[in-house]
Design a protein. Structure first.
Length: 175
């Protein structure tokens, strides 16, 4: 695992959250390690926006920290299963898609070989195939979709199957 960027010097900024590493996206609790002026500005913005986390969120975060070993073990098993499924899927669909698998997280960019704006493709996947892949254009990468590997393995595999169906349909229409 990569060390926090804050460890590299006084100007580094590291942030953490319960969302991705703990698989608790609704908690909205995290932390920051940064130069004092940055931390002060963040605290000020946080106080203005939300003042304090909800007591239930705070308690759930405490429970997650106490049980982090079990949570991390569970999440590693999910990611491992999904990486096997994803690597197989990318190999089976290499004429349509490629990627660089995530190395220290749950997200990657999927490059697709179709003439379609990523927002349109993302909307089509969501609306017609119930697959949620964020458009690469939202991150400055047109021609890509953002894919996460943290979903329940059964749902993840089904999402890959549906995404392939969508991509194959678009490929056939473009001929």
């Amino acid at each position: 695992m990569a060390p926090p960027i804050r460890d590299y010097g006084a100007r580094g900024i590291s942030v953490g959250t319960f969302s991705k590493p703990f698989g608790l996206p609704g908690l909205r609790i995290g932390w920051i390690a940064a130069p004092e002026e940055i931390v002060r500005t963040c605290w000020s913005a946080r106080d203005y926006i939300s003042l304090a986390p909800g007591k239930l969120n705070d308690k759930l975060a405490q429970i997650a920290l106490v049980n982090r070993g079990r949570i991390i073990e569970r999440n590693h098993a999910i990611v491992e299963a999904n990486m096997v499924a994803a690597n197989t899927w990318f190999a089976q669909n290499e004429d349509l898609v490629s990627w660089t698998p995530p190395r220290a997280g749950l997200l990657a960019l999927l490059k697709y070989n179709l003439e379609a704006p990523s927002k349109d493709l993302s909307d089509r996947l969501a609306g017609e195939y119930s697959v949620m892949l964020a458009p690469g254009s939202a991150f400055g990468f047109e021609g890509y979709l953002r894919i996460g590997v943290g979903q329940t393995p059964e749902i993840f595999r089904e999402g890959l199957f549906r995404a392939a169906a969508c991509l194959r349909d678009l490929q056939a229409r473009s001929r």
